[in-house]
Design a protein around this ligand. Structure first.
Ligand SMILES: NC(=O)c1ccc[n+]([C@@H]2O[C@H](COP(=O)([O-])OP(=O)(O)OC[C@H]3O[C@@H](n4cnc5c(N)ncnc54)[C@H](OP(=O)(O)O)[C@@H]3O)[C@@H](O)[C@H]2O)c1
Length: 289
């Protein structure tokens, strides 16, 4: 047991909500005592409160508001999105001031330690900032969400209409993990490892290692539905990404083709080999928005 029982999750959205739900299961089982959800608005948080979470409305621009919400909290898990990076910095400062023991920054994607460039740069900068202010952190690289990315046409995956777009071959191995398995891994690790093993440690999670084309083939076999894959030449996508750092679709396509895994196979799920994750296609078939 880590001894850490009091959690605050900032922003219960795409990945935050499954993490809160997993923490609430741990609370019901007695391994977690408190699950605070930091939010900018109380609207829509009744269901979480009914399940045992404590939604607290905060003003990310107010250190007093944040420090008061974080009183007695051991671990802050930030699941703020890219628009909340300044808010995350303010949250980290408040966590340090409030005596929080561990800060989990909003990562939940690629390996930002070994690939700190491109769309990973802001996350790498956030990690460096945590080190600079002196609050211990723990990172969770997960790869793309196995149940989610296929339903996001603006990043090149439109499963509803049977269309994928890839940079280059689409044959490179990629780490995918479903939101459910990410939440299970995060909560297991944070409630079971001692502080010395949590602090400034990178926890790589992997549901399945498979290429985008491999996912399409398995999906076609399972469902009988066809997926049309458009391959854009790698050099064209590289050029688009270089010209526009904000071109998320191009950066993401390059990530999948060039740096798709979170690390070597022996580096993933190390702290919970019993994770028993679902496959990408199982995750797709159980997708909920
Ligand atoms: N690997 C993948 O496939 C993948 C996919 C999606 C996201 N991610 C990563 O997961 C992390 C969380 O992303 P997400 O999609 O889960 O986030 P999200 O659902 O878009 O937002 C999470 C919460 O952040 C709060 N928020 C939004 N804008 C904010 C702002 N300007 N200031 C303060 N709070 C704000 C909102 O909570 P309140 O309104 O309650 O305050 C929102 O519910 C990010 O690091 C993202 O890169 C990874």
């Amino acid at each position: 047991m880590s001894g850490y029982k009091n959690f605050a999750v900032a922003g219960a959205g795409t990945i935050g909500l499954p993490i809160v739900e997993e923490l609430l299961k741990a609370k019901a089982a007695g391994t977690v005592a408190k699950v605070v959800v930091l939010t900018r608005s109380a609207t829509g948080k009744d269901a979480l409160a009914e399940k045992g979470a404590e939604p607290i409305v905060v003003d990310y621009d107010s250190p007093t508001s944040l420090q008061s919400a974080l009183k007695g909290i051991d671990i802050v898990i930030s699941t703020l999105n890219v628009f909340g990076l300044d808010a995350q910095s303010q949250l980290a400062d408040a966590a340090k001031a409030a005596g929080v023991k561990l800060f989990v920054p909003s990562e939940f994607g690629g390996d930002t330690v070994n690939f700190p460039e491109g769309f990973n740069a802001p996350k790498a900068a956030q990690r460096e900032r945590l080190t600079a202010i002196g609050i211990p952190w723990a990172l969770f690289p997960t790869g793309p969400f196995a149940d989610w990315i296929w339903f996001v046409p603006y990043i090149g995956f439109d499963l509803v209409n049977g269309k994928f777009e890839v940079a280059g071959t689409g044959n490179s191995p990629v780490t995918f993990t479903s939101r459910k398995d990410i939440a299970r891994y995060v909560v297991h690790v944070l409630t079971s490892l001692p502080p010395s093993k949590l602090e400034n440690h990178v926890f790589k999670v992997e549901g399945q290692r498979i290429s985008v084309k491999g996912v399409a083939e398995e999906y076609e076999k399972r469902t009988g539905k066809k997926i049309e894959i458009t391959s854009v030449p790698l050099e064209v996508v590289k050029d688009q990404a270089a010209k526009n750092p904000g071109d998320f679709k191009s950066w993401f396509a390059l990530y999948l083709e060039l740096h798709g895994t979170v690390g070597k196979k022996e580096e993933v799920n190390v702290d919970w080999p019993e994770l028993n994750p679902e496959s990408v296609v199982d995750a797709i078939l159980s997708y909920k928005s």
